[in-house]
Design a protein around this ligand. Structure first.
Ligand code: 0X9
Ligand code: ZN
Length: 417
């Protein structure tokens, strides 16, 4: 038996590994390292490295004392280490082999072979949309689904409307996966939809309407399953002579577009696009926010860092009603932390993470007129970053749903009939 296993097991592993996208080889031995700038010279140096565009910053430089996470491929490691050391930046290893983690997680998914929706694992776009359609069929009194657009590569984009007894109520708009690689986002958004529909939330659903789009970058999301687990942007063609593709959909919104924290270089991870709303998927979401009257809250789920942020992202200034947004965020986070003790930071996005214009949250508030606009950066704080293990989906869903319930009750009590 042992002899058979020793022949068969490596073969099985070989098949699983060779079924994984080729980019894993490029990421074999790639590391994620953390450095913390303590002087302005160190901070400037990290900004220069960011601008240079040779590394994938999982967490961008912001301020003195704020950690910066950089992914570096094996061949580039020596150079990066020398560059960091030349500025006396102490390097802490967060992930020692990104390619290995991706391959292991993919092999696990392959072994499970799960096609049906659940929250024991991450699921592809087809599985998520098939599940959404089944919800509308199972709960016709609470939920409807409509196609509201089509992505650049032709994928249908759907909106779920969740409410009891009509939609003439204050609304909460929720979206997920604007950034393709942030898989915990659609997993948590779908988890919360499932809770709303299968738990006892009739009281809430009678007073509030939830509009939900779990995956607003479907081409990017699909690409993370087939080609590049760490893809962030859309998949549109650009005029790049190097063949770089996609724009950062969260730099593409028409509010102080491309003013700060965004790039005009199509090869950059934060490419703002050739013009505001160049990305069709963002046009689709914009048109829904515009069309749906009575939206009181806009919630967009990202990962990672555990932050509950409100506008503005284009300036250090705060909106005049920031205290209202902060108060609600404090209540929501309190409920979230009470579940598993997960710590969140709260504040305006410029002051909490970094300045970056053209984000959906700023547009929702600044142009869309949605008072309570939030960007939530889900788990973790960098142990796994974008590669959050599937075992954390349900705990992250549980705690985030508690926060959503607080937001829902607030809307019901403040604006409900
Ligand atoms: O940079 C982003 O788009 C978000 N962080 S992420 O690591 N998920 O990419 C933060 C966006 C905060 N909001 C604005 N800057 N408007
Ligand atoms: Zn994001």
């Amino acid at each position: 038996m042992r002899a058979v296993l020793s022949v068969v097991l490596p073969l099985v592993l070989l098949v699983l590994v060779s079924a994984t996208p080729t980019q894993h080889y490029a990421l074999q031995g790639a590391k994620v390292v953390r450095v913390v700038p303590h002087t302005l010279g160190q901070l400037n140096h990290l900004h220069q490295l960011l601008m240079q565009g040779s590394y994938d910053f999982w967490k961008e430089p912001r301020a003195l004392g704020s950690p910066v996470d950089i992914m570096v491929t094996l061949p580039a490691q020596e150079q990066l280490m020398a560059s960091l050391e030349s500025h006396s930046l102490k390097v802490q290893e967060r992930l020692s082999d990104v390619g290995k983690v991706i391959a292991e997680q993919e092999a696990e998914r392959g072994q499970r072979g799960a096609k049906a929706m659940d929250w024991a694992d991450y699921h592809n776009y087809e599985t998520i949309t098939a599940w959404m359609a089944s919800l509308a069929a199972q709960h016709p009194d609470l939920c409807s689904m409509e196609q509201v657009g089509t992505s650049y590569e032709g994928r249908p984009m759907y909106l779920l409307t969740i409410s009891k007894g009509g939609t003439d109520k204050p609304g909460i708009f929720i979206d997920g996966d604007i950034h393709a690689r942030e898989w915990i986002s659609p997993a948590v958004v779908t988890y919360m939809v499932n809770q709303l529909l299968t738990g006892s939330h009739d009281d809430l659903l009678s007073s509030v309407v939830f509009y939900v789009m779990p995956v607003i970058n479907p081409d990017g999301y699909s690409y993370t399953f087939t080609d590049d687990r760490l893809w962030r942007k859309t998949r549109s063609h650009t005029d790049s002579v190097f063949g770089c593709m996609g724009a950062d959909p969260n730099r593409n919104w028409d509010f102080h577009w491309n003013e700060v924290g965004a790039s005009s270089n199509p090869c950059s991870e934060t490419y703002a696009g050739p013009h505001p709303f160049s990305e069709v998927e963002m046009q689709v979401v914009r048109d829904q926010i515009t069309r749906l009257g009575n939206l009181k809250v806009y919630l967009t789920f990202h990962s990672f860092s555990q932050l509950w942020m409100y506008p503005w992202g284009f300036t250090t200034d705060l909106p005049s009603d920031w205290k209202d947004l902060d108060d609600l965020a404090q209540d929501a986070v309190k409920a979230l932390t009470a579940i598993h003790g997960t710590h969140y930071e709260i504040g305006s996005s410029t002051n909490t993470i970094y300045a970056a214009a053209g984000g959906s949250d700023d547009w929702a508030k600044g142009v869309g007129g949605v008072k309570y606009a939030y960007t939530v950066e889900l788990r973790d704080q960098g142990n796994y970053g974008f590669l959050l293990p599937r075992s954390q989906i349900i705990p992250t869903g549980e705690e985030t749903f508690e926060a959503l319930k607080v937001v829902g009750s607030f809307v019901k009590n403040t604006y409900g009939k």
